[in-house]
Design a protein around this ligand. Structure first.
Ligand code: FAD
Length: 287
C-alpha cells in the first residue's frame, strides 16, 4: 500500500529503525521488528547510510522482510548523493521486485570521505527521477527549524516546495524538541502551497550518550525545559529513561491536540520505549 493513502482515513503512527552496523548482529533487528509488530504501526521505515556503510546493503532486505514476512507496510530510505542514475535504477528494480511501494527520497549528508557522484545534486532531482522510472509513493524529509545549509527558512521552504512539485506525496520532519518550531513550519508550508501530509518526527531521548550525540550532530534546538530535565537525571539512567519518555509523550499529546497528520517515532531500535509511548498515546490517536 502507498502510505500516503493512510492519511485520508486516520492519524498515522510510524516507526523508524536502522540496520545494525555489525553484520553479525543483523538478527537482533528481527527481534525488534517482531516486538514493534505488537503495536501494529502504520508503517516502519528503514534508514540507509548515505556514505555506503556496511549497513546499507541490509536496508532492502529488512524493508522487504517487514512487508513480506511481518505483513507490515515498509518504507525504504534512499539517499542519492553517492549514487549514480544506473545504481538508483537497479535499486528501484530491486524495490519493485520486493513489493516495496514507498521510498523516502533523500539527498544524504555531504561527506568529504567519499567522492561525490554528480548524478543527483538535491533530493528533488532524485524525486523527479523516481517519478519518471516507477510507480512509487515518494516521501521527502523536511526541517521545522530549517535545514542547516539553508541561509534562510524561507529559502528552505522554497526548496521543500520543489520536492513536493517534483512528486513527493508525504513529508516527515527532522526531530525537534520544541513544538512551536513545528507549528510555525506547518504554517509556512501551508502559505507556500505545500498541501501534502506532514508527519512530526519525534525522538525520545533516553540516555546521556544520545544527548551528547544530539548536541554534537543534530542542529535541533534543545529547549531549557528539556536540558533541565536531562541534567537533573544524568546520573540516574532509569529516571532519565522515564523522563525522556515523558517528554516525548508530552510533545506528542500536544501535537495531536493541534491536529498533526501523523507521528513518526525515531525508535533507535528500542521496542520497549516504543511500547511505553504507544501505551500513553494510543487512545488519543484514534480520537
Ligand atoms: P535536500 O532536500 O536536497 O536539501 C538539502 C539542502 O539543499 C537544504 O538546505 C535545501 O534547502 C537545499 N536545496 C534543496 N534543493 C535546492 C535547490 N534546487 N537549490 C538550492 N538549494 C537547494 N540521511 C541518510 O544518509 N540516510 C537516511 O536514511 C536518512 N533518513 C532521514 C530521515 C528523515 C525523516 C530526515 C529528516 C533526514 C534523514 N536523513 C538521512 C538525513 C538527510 O539525508 C540530511 O538531512 C541531508 O543533509 C539533507 O537531505 P534532504 O533529502 O533533505 O536534502
Amino acid at each position: 500500500m502507498k502510505t500516503c493513502e493512510l492519511f485520508k482515513v486516520k492519524r498515522v503512527l510510524s516507526f523508524e529503525i536502522f540496520p545494525p552496523k555489525r553484520t553479525d548482529s543483523v538478527n537482533i533487528i528481527y527481534d525488534t521488528i517482531e516486538k514493534l509488530k505488537g503495536i501494529n504501526p502504520d508503517f516502519i521505515s528503514v534508514t540507509y547510510g548515505a556514505g555506503g556503510s556496511e549497513s546499507s546493503s541490509n536496508t532492502l532486505k529488512i524493508a522487504s522482510d517487514i512487508k513480506n514476512k511481518y505483513g507490515l507496510e515498509s518504507v525504504a530510505h534512499l539517499p542519492c548523493i553517492n549514487l549514480t542514475k544506473g545504481e538508483v535504477l537497479k535499486m528501484l528494480d530491486d524495490f519493485k521486485k520486493a513489493g516495496i511501494e514507498n521510498i523516502l527520497a533523500l539527498r544524504g549528508d555531504v561527506n568529504t570521505r567519499f567522492i561525490l557522484k554528480n548524478d543527483f545534486k538535491y533530493a528533488s532531482d532524485l524525486i523527479s527521477f523516481i517519478k519518471e522510472n516507477g510507480d512509487f509513493n515518494i516521501i521527502a524529509a523536511c526541517y521545522p527549524e530549517g535545514h542547516f545549509e539553508s541561509s534562510t527558512i524561507i529559502e528552505d521552504i522554497r526548496n521543500l516546495k520543489r520536492k513536493v512539485d517534483a512528486g513527493a506525496n508525504q513529508l516527515i520532519t527532522q526531530l525537534f524538541f520544541d513544538n512551536n518550531y513545528f507549528y510555525s513550519f506547518r504554517e509556512r508550508a501551508a502559505i507556500a502551497g505545500i498541501n501534502v501530509p506532514i508527519e512530526a518526527g519525534i525522538m525520545p531521548v533516553v540516555n546521556k550518550k544520545q544527548i551528547e550525540r544530539l548536541i554534537s550532530l543534530c542542529r535541533a534546538n534543545l529547549p531549557k525545559k528539556f536540558l533541565t530535565i536531562m541534567t537533573r537525571y544524568e546520573n540516574n539512567p532509569e529516571a532519565m529513561r522515564d523522563a525522556g519518555i515523558a517528554y516525548a509523550v508530552d510533545q506528542i499529546v500536544d501535537l495531536i491536540a493541534q491536529g498533526v497528520d501523523g507521528i513518526h517515532l525515531y525508535t533507535m531500535n528500542n521496542p520497549y520505549i516504543a511500547h511505553r509511548i504507544y501505551e500513553a498515546i494510543n487512545t488519543l490517536l484514534v480520537a
